[in-house]
Ligand binder design. Structure first.
Ligand code: MN
Length: 139
């Protein structure tokens, strides 16, 4: 059970994400654009933020830069939700400050497992390829 902020301009994606998270027992806060998302992050101090990339007013890259530049919000795990599929987008998303990302179309089981890991409260996501390296021990 966590308080999760969803920043998403698409009504259908918002509805689906909201449903998934509430179904998982979480409290959700909705923001329809990046500027509102930052205001809600500061006011509500969620434990996790999921954020779309393509939005009016302020896109997800700018949201990430601002949240990670502010000591009040920089420690909140920030996950991009995006349809981006081109090579290099992952690097761009992470370079903007996102801690992780999931891709649209949203797959309920995948995203539930991924967000649970970010919250530290769920089982680790399955590793279909079986290629997870051994856990890092220090370095
Ligand atoms: Mn969008």
């Amino acid at each position: 059970m966590a308080k999760i902020l969803i920043i998403e301009d698409n009504a259908g994606s918002m509805e689906l994400m909201n449903y998934l998270l509430r179904n998982g027992g979480h409290e959700t806060i909705a923001a329809r654009n990046g500027a509102d998302g930052i205001a809600r992050a500061l006011a509500e101090r969620p434990q996790l933020i999921v954020c779309d990339i393509h939005m009016p007013v302020m896109d997800g890259y700018e949201v990430a830069r601002r949240l990670k530049a502010d000591p009040a919000t920089r420690d909140i795990p920030l996950v991009a939700v995006t349809a981006l599929a081109m090579m290099g987008d992952r690097e761009r998303v992470l370079a903007a400050g996102f801690d992780d990302y999931v891709t649209k179309p949203i797959e309920p089981e995948v995203i539930a497992a991924q967000l649970a890991r970010k919250l530290g409260g769920g089982p680790p996501a399955p590793d279909p390829a079986g290629t997870d390296p051994a856990p890092k021990t220090g370095a």
